[in-house]
Ligand binder design. Structure first.
Ligand SMILES: NC(=O)C1=CN([C@@H]2O[C@H](COP(=O)(O)OP(=O)(O)OC[C@H]3O[C@@H](n4cnc5c(N)ncnc54)[C@H](OP(=O)(O)O)[C@@H]3O)[C@@H](O)[C@H]2O)C=CC1
Ligand SMILES: CC(=O)[C@@H](O)[C@H](O)COP(=O)(O)O
Ligand SMILES: [Mn+2]
Length: 381
């Protein structure tokens, strides 16, 4: 029986991870669960899974939860997430929190040699060099949950890294794939949250609409698979059926296909290297889909993708700034304080105003992340 620590249990990935755990009660048990402030959503999960440890975002949420359940171990904040990641009984940590808040827990889980299923891409974007250095040092395999990275991971199975010609990451195009840049001026939060293929948390759905999600995924792929940016290619693929591909030097291309359903990569990360039945997901029906479309990615149409490639190539502290400015700007957009097109504007300004720091350590990354967010907030208010 594997003991699972699930960080971000009330989120889109978290809930789907629990769907997968329910299918295999003989193999997985929920030892710890973490969430932010959504006590209402967490309560039935706590009652059903009876985790030994619960982590919430702050003391106020802890007090609220304590009124509802008598539980001996309710922890708080970043320290709590770390406790849940390193607890002795835990075998596998599923990091499904949103944002760079997930970084310290990921690092500590690696240092404790836990198996890690990583959905929290911001961790790899903000500090990929630190995460991969620790993973190498402690001989820990990071198992990707992100659908594109799960696809690449599977396409790389049994292959030699030196034989890779390029990674081909597919992008659905997000909510505004059929809109011109001019048309983006008046779009609303509800428009942006209307993703054509996936039902996800709010932040990643906005990232998909701005194409920043693909930018973050390029940086995520660079670190996870140790592939240079010149060998990472993004292609528009409306159907989200091919989740990504690897082209090898001999021109063989290996693609992974499947119904767009995150339970598929979540379960694969949990059961790897084994495969298990997943009856709660529909089979891929290519006859019904009939046509798969592909289109060249236009970097002028999607400047967030261009900025992510630039920040990734520049390296050092630039991806930290890219990620922090994006997290803050997206939050401000969701709160109705800025327009959709302002998101890219604030990211560009943050990158332009930052003096790159080579090989930043954890405390430098945490302070750059904080300063960048403050600066974006200051410019907006
Ligand atoms: N959703 C998807 O299909 C995919 C998501 N990902 C990645 O997975 C991660 C999670 O995404 P998603 O599930 O969509 O996000 P959601 O916003 O749906 O969920 C986020 C989760 O994190 C929790 N959380 C937020 N802030 C804190 C905090 N400070 N401390 C503890 N917990 C916190 C939330 O709790 P609460 O509910 O209480 O706010 C919630 O459980 C992201 O990095 C995303 O990019 C990658 C591929 C696909
Ligand atoms: C499901 C998943 O992995 C998301 O990251 C997805 O990729 C979003 O779709 P697009 O960013 O391609 O619109
Ligand atoms: Mn993805």
């Amino acid at each position: 029986m594997k003991q699972v620590s699930l960080l971000g249990a009330t989120g889109s990935i978290g809930i789907q991870t629990l769907d997968v755990l329910r299918l295999h009660p003989d193999q997985f048990s929920l030892y710890a669960m973490g969430f932010g402030r959504n006590v209402e959503k967490a309560l039935p999960l706590i009652r059903e899974f009876e985790p030994s440890m619960i982590v919430v975002q702050d003391e106020e949420t802890k007090r609220k939860l304590e009124k509802e359940v008598a539980h001996p171990q309710i922890l708080c904040g970043g320290e709590g997430l770390i406790e849940a990641s390193v607890a002795e009984p835990v075998d596998v940590v599923v990091n499904a929190v949103m944002g760079s808040i997930g970084l310290p827990a990921t690092l500590k889980a690696i240092q404790s040699k836990k198996q890690i299923a990583i959905a929290n891409k911001e961790t790899l974007v903000t500090a990929g060099h630190l995460v991969m250095e620790e993973a190498k040092k402690h001989d820990v395999n990071l198992l990707p949950v992100d659908s594109e990275h799960s696809a690449i991971f599977q396409a790389l199975n049994g292959e030699q890294r030196r034989d890779i010609n390029k990674l081909i990451i597919t992008a659905s195009g997000g909510s505004f794939r059929d809109q011109t840049r001019e048309e983006l001026a008046g779009v609303t939060v509800d428009d942006a949250l209307n993703h054509p293929n996936w039902k996800m948390g709010a932040k990643i759905t906005i990232d998909s609409a701005s194409m920043m999600n693909k930018g973050l995924e390029v940086i995520e792929a660079h670190w996870l698979f140790d592939v240079p940016y010149d060998q990472i290619h993004v292609i528009l693929h409306r159907e989200s059926v091919i989740h990504s591909m690897v082209e090898y030097v001999d021109r063989n291309v290996i693609a992974q296909l499947g119904t767009p359903d995150m339970k598929v990569p979540i379960q694969y990360a949990l059961t790897y290297p084994e495969r298990k039945e997943l009856p709660i997901t529909k089979n891929l029906n290519l006859e019904e889909i009939a046509t798969l479309n592909f289109q060249k990615m236009d970097m002028d149409r999607f400047p967030c993708l261009r900025m992510a490639f630039e920040a990734g190539r520049a390296g050092g502290s630039m991806p930290t700034v890219l990620n922090a400015a994006n997290e803050e700007a997206v939050q401000q957009f969701l709160e109705g304080k800025i327009s959709f097109l302002d998101i890219e504007k604030y990211i560009e300004q943050a990158l332009e105003n930052h003096d790159r720091i080579h090989n930043p350590d954890l405390s430098t990354i945490i302070s750059i992340d904080k300063e960048t967010r403050e600066r974006v907030r200051f410019q907006i208010n």
